[in-house]
Design a protein around this ligand. Structure first.
Ligand code: DGJ
Length: 729
């Protein structure tokens, strides 16, 4: 059992292969956080807690005359509210009597075998044959009767601890939940640490950023109704000197696709509080007496081996513990997507022509993007009308799919279920199904409105209309898009005093629709998308084996997009396509960049020269060859594309260290500059390897490759690329 309760010391320890997490039922039954770090099997870290009389840090009433015990200066497992701890809180409730107070103390705990599940939200699971254990710790406010249940899942082999929190209203009246963090970690001393996260914007998602943590509440959040392009629900706190290969890194990723909040507070005493959960902005949940509110799950990890190790832990976890789709461990078809090829200007004949031309490039699937349904000739109309536009698909969907299948290619289709155009049959029939505050006109974005996903009838309509298309033609793939942020939050189905619940209920409704469409179609490959890579989050990874990284298909920009995304997400979750963008970059290089993720094309294949078609066909074949290694291997970032450098390089290494693929893109070679050497990672130092690449054939030890490095040829044009295959002899 990876969870141990020490009755005598009153400690609870969670052990994974390399880490220990410890808490203690401490003074006055408040639960202290003691430790998260490298594994210590028999340790009792209670001695770490020091008490001083701290001015302006109050003492709980029942500590009597003892002035040295203040919750303001104690590491908490989950904070109280209005009990003298002035740091940002884990919880905010308004009790039935109108008071803002929660004095949560230990009530009970339960340790069970197996991983808990959540009732309303996606949650990680133990893979087949894998051991996982659960701790449920109950904190109670004895006056109000309100309880917080802290739930922990321990994945021993994976070095991952999951956490979630539930609020149970055992009081006699109704309460309002204003804030609920899923996980809080209090570090006793957090001076000299950095915060790492993935901010971005449309077209430039997940641009890795690292900064010093100063004395303030550092807030990373989204209030856009989705996890967003602008921030990603992932943070890491690390030692100042932590690198890719060494140093302490503590990370949290939230399994939630709506408004999230991450807070990192360095306080007056250099205590550091790190926490994550639902964003409390525009959130107010009325919890009736006897009801339970469940918050989303956080995936936590710690490593003292730097960021690469953190990424490997998450990549393995995402590949095995979030999504049961068979495609997670299967070769993904090379696709051509029609968006940048034709936008909405296509008909059935044009699609077949594109497919025929793409076939010669090694493409295995045609994806018909936006524009095939309702009255959709531009983005001002049609959303919500999920029936085929027979002015464009004149032969009918079934016949079109058949013609594509006759080319021995699969067929994929695009939807944007959560949205509606005012110029649509759906809106005309149900104007009350959108997010719009009575008496006000809703904000337009891409000239479309957001459906109120909290409503059951909306959910049912979407499940039925999308499934009707999926079930009546031989569809192998669906791209699920969403192209605006959600504003004007209002549900016509809820009373005025419950409107603070809508952002959350909207996301619960979305998950119900996804369950009804995605989980009922195990043989369809689903790809997520939100105007590119918005809403690319851990919860979405429970549904989509792959996600469109960005609408920005410029290959040099993609080096940064892939770099940032790879900190948390496995590279094979990243949809990456070769397109016509950046004509100065050779097609070969574009393909090398796209091979970092799930490979595809996004261009009009009917216009390509024979040379380009031939180059693409070669790269498609290489991708097929290397995909198993990229899919299941360990991914290493060899350079940082944000740093001033002449090239960007990355590497995939098989788990047995026998095979590796190294990719290099020359971004800017200085004239007459120094010779540079690329040091590889993850190989076995004592093994001899054959290294092959264009004009390269070497036999070198793992030690030579990792410690001395591979010379990067200088006499090559800018934006050229190279790949080296490394094979153990
Ligand atoms: C945004 C996506 O990111 C694009 O790939 C494309 O599907 C468009 N939406 C279609 O409207």
């Amino acid at each position: 059992m990876a969870i141990i309760f020490n009755e005598e010391k009153k400690t609870i320890s969670l052990h994974t292969k390399n880490t220990t997490y410890q808490m203690k039922i401490g003074n006055l039954d408040y639960v202290n956080h003691l430790y998260y770090g490298p594994k210590m099997m028999d340790a009792d870290l209670s001695y770490m807690i020091m008490q001083y009389d701290r001015g302006f840090s109050g003492n709980p009433y029942d500590s009597l005359k003892e002035r040295t015990f203040s919750l303001d200066a104690q590491p908490q497992e989950y904070s109280t509210l209005q009990q003298g701890d002035f740091r940002t809180s884990s919880i905010e409730v308004i009790n039935a009597d109108g008071s803002y107070s929660f004095n949560g103390r230990y009530k009970s705990h339960k340790i069970t075998e197996g991983k808990y599940d959540l009732e309303t939200l996606p949650a990680a699971f133990a893979a087949e044959g894998e051991q996982a254990d659960t701790l449920e710790l109950v904190l109670e406010d004895a006056i109000s009767g309100v309880e917080v249940h802290l739930i922990y899942g321990v994945f021993e082999e994976k070095d991952v601890i999951t956490r979630a929190a539930k609020i149970v209203n055992n009081s006699e009246g109704d309460i309002h939940v204003k804030k609920i963090m899923s996980a809080t970690i209090d570090f006793m001393n957090g001076a000299n640490m950095d915060l790492f996260h993935l901010p971005g914007r449309y077209g430039q998602e997940r641009q890795a950023e690292r900064s010093a943590i100063t004395h303030q509440i550092n807030t990373i959040c989204s209030g856009r109704g989705s996890s967003s392009h602008q921030q990603n629900p992932f943070i890491a706190v690390c030692d100042k000197d932590a690198t890719e290969d060494a140093g302490n890194v503590y990370a949290m990723a939230l399994m939630y696709s709506g408004n999230f909040l991450a807070e990192v507070e360095l306080d007056q005493y250099d205590q550091l509080r790190m926490q994550m959960g639902i964003n409390s902005k525009n959130f107010d949940y009325l919890l009736k007496s006897g009801e339970t509110f469940e918050g989303p799950e956080v995936l936590m990890t710690f490593t003292n081996e730097g960021f690469t190790k953190m990424s490997h832990i998450y990549h393995d976890f995402f590949r095995n513990n979030l999504n049961k789709s068979r495609f997670m461990h299967e070769a993904r078809p090379i696709l051509i997507n029609t968006w940048e090829a034709a936008f909405m200007d296509f008909d059935d004949k044009k699609l077949v022509e594109i497919a025929k031309a793409a076939k010669k490039m090694g493409v295995e699937m045609l994806v018909m993007d936006d524009g095939w349904f309702g009255k959709r000739d531009d983005d001002n109309s049609g959303l919500g009308d999920w029936f085929v536009n027979e002015n464009k698909i004149k032969c009918g969907l079934n016949e079109l799919v058949k013609q594509i299948n006759d080319l021995d290619m699969k067929f994929g289709i695009w939807f944007e279920p959560e949205m509606v155009s005012e110029d649509s049959d759906l809106y005309r029939a149900h104007p009350d199904w959108v997010m719009e505050i009575p008496g006000r006109k809703a904000v337009r974005s891409r000239n479309q409105l957001a459906l109120d996903m909290s409503r059951k009838e909306v959910q049912d309509y979407l499940i039925e209309s999308v499934n009707k298309i999926l079930d009546n033609a031989n569809i192998a793939y669906m791209k699920w898009d969403i192209n605006r942020s959600v504003t004007d939050i209002w549900s016509n189905a809820l009373a005025a005093d419950r409107q603070g619940e809508v952002y959350h209920r909207h996301i619960l409704g979305l998950y119900r629709v996804m369950d009804g469409i995605i989980k009922t179609h195990p043989d369809i490959l689903f790809e997520g998308c939100s105007g590119g890579g918005g809403r690319y989050d851990a919860a979405m990874m429970c549904y989509y084996p792959q996600y469109w990284v960005s609408d920005n298909t410029k290959p040099i920009d993609n080096l940064k997009l892939h770099y940032g995304t790879s900190f948390l997400y496995p590279v094979t979750s990243m949809g990456a396509h070769v397109s016509d963008a950046s004509p100065f970059v050779p097609f070969e290089t574009k393909a090398v960049v796209a091979m970092c993720g799930t490979f595809g094309y996004e261009l009009d294949a009917t216009h390509l020269s024979d040379e380009v078609v031939e180059a693409c066909a070669k790269k498609s074949a290489l991708y097929k060859k290397y995909f198993p290694l990229i899919l299941e291997g360990d991914y290493y970032r060899l350079t940082n594309p944000f740093a001033l450098s002449n090239f960007t390089a990355w590497e995939s290494v098989s788990k047995d260290k026998k095979d590796a693929l190294v990719s290099v893109v020359i971004t800017n070679l200085t004239v007459n500059g120094p010779q540079e050497y690329l040091r590889l990672k993850g190989l076995d130092a004592a093994t001899m390897y054959e290294v092959t690449g264009e004009n390269v054939s070497l036999t070198l030890s793992g030690a030579a490759l990792m410690y001395a490095g591979l010379p990067i040829p200088r006499e090559v044009p800018d934006f050229s690329s190279m790949q080296f295959e490394i094979k153990a002899m």
